[in-house]
Design a protein around this ligand. Structure first.
Ligand code: DX5
Ligand code: ZN
Length: 218
């Protein structure tokens, strides 16, 4: 069985820098593989959270890979900043681009700067929309909740999207984000997902147990 990668969402730790530093240390100690930095600008989604300035500091205190989910209206403006701050994966939303050429240019720029390029697909966006762009990215982040906040319920329709995506491309990394727990996570892996993001399931339970159960070890 392929190794399941767990990416712990930064959302539960809020915008306070010291609580972010405490939280990421905990996530690393309890076996998370990556830190899923949920960046919200208050424009693409109504909440506002952390940004690249947090990443600079967090990078100094953790060896976790930084899996940055940009929920921002104009990602092109900040790609450079996240590269400099040390993002390993930079994921941008398909929905914020109204021009295919600009979308491809942004994905290429992410890769040219040495990061893995991710395409994020909001819960209501069809897989078909991003098929022409998959060849420009390393990873697709399938949202199983509406982008913008944690603690929502997993949308079961997502399983069909994961299966369809996996059928479309056997190479691509598939990451699922939103309402992931041991039950929904196992269903996503069965459908073809490689990486599971979790915020509230880890935060509201024993973090070590939750992470191990997401990895299928419980
Ligand atoms: C939603 C974020 C997700 C979410 C995950 O916009 O992208 O990462 O916070 O949180 P849970 O696991 O609580 O759904
Ligand atoms: Zn996210």
């Amino acid at each position: 069985m392929a190794k399941i990668v767990v990416s712990a969402s930064s959302l539960p730790a809020g915008r306070n820098m010291s609580s972010q530093l405490d939280y990421i240390k905990k996530m690393q100690n309890f076996g998370a593989d990556m830190y899923h930095l949920d960046v919200m600008d208050g424009l693409f989604v109504k909440n506002q959270t952390v940004d690249y300035t947090y990443l600079e500091q967090l990078k100094m205190s953790s060896t976790l890979l930084f899996d940055v989910h940009l929920m921002v209206q104009n990602p092109t403006k900040v790609i450079n900043k996240y590269a400099k701050a040390g993002a390993n994966i930079l994921t941008i939303h398909y929905e914020v681009f109204d021009d295919d050429k600009k979308f491809v240019k942004a994905l290429k720029q992410i890769k040219e700067l040495g990061m893995m390029a991710g395409i994020a697909l909001d819960v209501d966006t069809a897989v078909e929309s991003i098929e022409p762009f998959i060849k420009y990215c390393d990873l697709v982040l399938v949202l199983s909740v509406k982008a913008g906040k944690g603690g929502q319920t997993f949308n079961e329709e997502t399983l069909k999207k994961i299966k369809k995506l996996r059928k479309t491309d056997s190479r691509i990394l598939i990451e699922v984000d939103g309402g992931i727990n041991d039950d929904t996570g196992a269903k996503c892996v069965k459908a073809g997902a490689d990486i599971l993001v979790s915020g509230s399931y880890i935060y509201n339970n024993d973090a070590y147990e939750a992470i191990q159960s997401l990895k299928g070890r419980k």
